[in-house]
Design a binder for this molecule. Structure first.
Ligand code: SF4
Length: 337
């Protein structure tokens, strides 16, 4: 049975025409699916009853709810989903005074194996479909409050580019959720082939997971450096600059005693020289199951000062929801049972 959430307007049109509806009905259905809290065809009262009944027999809306939720002391909420194929994945809602951010997963598990990441340790359980990706936005109770979406949850989005691109197109389309492309950020370790495709036609902001500018050290933290070196990633970004209103940023998980010395700051500055971008520094929070340490205030400040002195624009972002396993690098897709 075909599920409608995750389908483009064209695809919905084909389904509707097969049921003797017409194109206007497809547009109505898309708006009900992606802008309202529609869970059944019965609710779509602006299309004929006969079409609603036909769709109900031959297709489904494709919306499903999270199976578990945890709330952090800082009001972050982590939702655990399980799709029709029994893949598990997590979504994190982070409210704040300025904006409310939703962090979405694009795969169940991940193949990239970043050493500081729990998702990397649980292995790979497959790609998520556009339906699964959109469902994380459409099914949570805070949906109407969300004004920023980051694809930084479980998985490497560029390892699942087709479904991710489709989901973002539906999120940003006039006939879809009408979410601003400049309020959506996709985060990648920098896989070169999909990055080239993305840069030909960027469809949202881009964040590159940097974490260490020195190749032989980055290989230790992020095995992907062996086949997709960061220097070549940056070359591609220089050749195809991202134009406003979309933005380019780099993410830097600050690990105490590992990647935040003056040597690293100078190497970051040399790597990013001349690129229009900013660097988001995320101080690591020590937690069970990893040997990495939080940076001390002194080493973190010295790193930031050295970056600023060398012309790198920085912002410090605190990881959220650490007490519920929702912080950066903690998502494992496991339930309490
Ligand atoms: S940090 Fe991202 S890319 Fe790396 S293993 Fe974790 S989920 Fe995958």
């Amino acid at each position: 049975m075909v599920c409608l959430i995750g389908k483009s307007l064209n695809e919905i049109s084909k389904i509707v025409l097969n049921q003797s509806g017409h194109a206007d009905h497809a547009l109505e259905i898309a708006k009900w699916l992606y802008r309202k809290e529609t869970s059944t065809f019965e609710e779509i009262i602006t299309i004929p009853l006969i079409l609603r009944k036909a769709l109900d027999i031959n297709s489904c809306i494709g919306k499903y709810n999270p199976i578990q939720v945890h709330e952090s002391a800082d009001e972050t909420r982590k939702y655990l989903f399980e799709n029709y194929q029994s893949q598990r994945f997590e979504t994190v809602y982070m409210p704040s005074a300025k904006r409310n951010t939703l962090c979405i997963s694009t795969q169940s598990g991940c193949r990239m194996g970043c050493r500081f990441c729990l998702t990397g340790k649980i292995g790979f359980n497959g790609n998520l479909s556009a339906n699964d990706i959109l469902n994380q936005y459409l099914s949570i109770p805070e949906r109407s409050k969300i004004n920023r979406i980051v694809l930084m949850g479980m998985g490497e989005p560029f390892d699942n580019l087709n479904e991710v691109k489709k989901a973002v197109e539906i999120l940003t389309a006039d006939w879809g959720a009408s979410f601003g492309a400049s309020n959506i950020t996709i985060s990648t370790v920098g896989l070169h082939e999909p990055l080239k495709l993305f840069l030909e036609n960027p469809f949202c902001n881009l964040a590159i997971s940097l974490n260490n500018p020195i190749s032989h050290e980055r290989k230790e933290l992020m095995p992907i450096e062996k086949s997709n070196p960061i220097a070549e990633t940056v070359n591609l970004l220089r050749k195809h600059p991202i134009k406003k209103p979309l933005r380019l940023s780099f993410e830097y998980v600050a690990l105490g005693g590992i990647n935040i010395t003056e040597r690293h700051a100078i190497a970051v500055s040399a790597l990013l020289k001349g690129l229009k971008c900013h660097l988001n520094i995320i101080p690591w929070n020590s937690h069970e199951g990893t040997s990495f340490k939080s940076p001390s205030e002194i080493e973190l400040n010295a790193f930031i000062n050295c970056l600023n002195k060398n012309g790198v624009l920085t912002a410090v972002r605190q990881s959220r929801g650490e007490d519920i396993g929702a912080a950066c690098g903690q998502m494992a897709g496991v339930s309490d049972e």
